[in-house]
Design a protein around this ligand. Sequence first.
Ligand SMILES: [Zn+2]
Length: 441
Amino acid sequence: MNLPLWRAEAWRWAAAMGAAAALAGAAEPAPKSGAPAKAPAAKTAKAASAPSVSPIVPNVAGVDFIDTSFENASPLWYEFATDGTVLINLLYDHERASPNRAAGHVHFAIQGKPGTKVTLELRNLDNVWNGVRGNVARELKAVSLSEDGRTWRAIETDNSAGDRVRFAVELTGPRLYVARVEPYRISDLERLLAKIRANPLVGIEPIGKTVQGRELEIVRVGREDAPRRVFLRARAHPWEPGGNWVVEGLVARLLQGDAEAQRLLARTCYYILPMANKDGVALGRTRFNLLGKDLNREWNKPIDGALAPENLALEKWLERMIAAGKKPDFAMELHNDGGGRLHISRPPVPGLPLYLERMALFEKLLRQHTWFTEGATNGAFRNSGTLGDGWLERYGVDAVVHEFNCHWIAGLQERPLGRHWQDYGAKLATVFEEYFAALGK
Ligand SMILES: [Zn+2]
């Protein structure tokens, strides 16, 4: 809250010292720890004497504000370096009872004077994943930009420093949105649901609520008495909107109303949990739910509903489906990462070799009908407790985690945007149709 005063004071100090000399003398902006508290407004009179910390420089000319007031914006703090770079410090979210932490969701808007050119640097990317340090900068090879928050383009970043990411932008209007990948917000999902709700092929079933009370829904597309069932879940990790775009494309294809759509729904009904971590999406978090649980973990045992109500709601839904003789024949968990592979896990279940054969068939069909070229995890891979691993182990459901590379689509030689993933989702319906046909189902 005292940041503006603090900055104003630093500005007065810089002016008193002679701005150029002051700026030239400061190699780095002030360290964040404690600095604002050391510069209360009442001490302004002492500001002319050299402060014990380096000065924070005044606003970069033409940049007024980094806006994070809107839906899905990332929590962050920022300051200006002496060379005019805007330093964006992302905030981590933390896993409960573990050292795991994650920052990497990027979504904010620069407000300023049209025509301003500015370099941005993303910081605080030292994530901890499964107890191992790993900087997410190596996977942050692109960001997306938009003037209106609707039409996006992707640009390359410079991540050569290893622990930070830099890129230059120009404000062509008073506001420029910056995101890691093209965002998909709760309002986007609500628009989709409103569009399809009245369709006789669609059923939308509330299954429970998030930690903060947001309603979770399973969207059914197809006839309930269809002999085969596919389940998809997107957005367990809020920074990863790719799965939502895939779902958009799939649903649009299935509801197109043409002869091909009828064929695609003749034997298969789709059940989709489109946004598992709605709280995280609303608040611009990166990985965990609001109580520090990873919603793509601990599926290898009964869900702790006090900490992960989002997963408990889904577990209950799955068990209702199984009790009604409607066990999903295939479950796919949709994610973004820097690799884009199919994550085939290998829990110790009796039918594992046959499961692996079916997944090999599925991968072959993905390569045949979509732009997928990234491949699958190898023979030693197991990621215990993911939905893919846990549903196979506990319920005998053929389940898999599908990652989508967030910065590059090798099969298209393009940086990904929502429309590329929508196109993938549309083709996915054909993949499932051919998959069940090949298995004689
Ligand atoms: Zn993920």
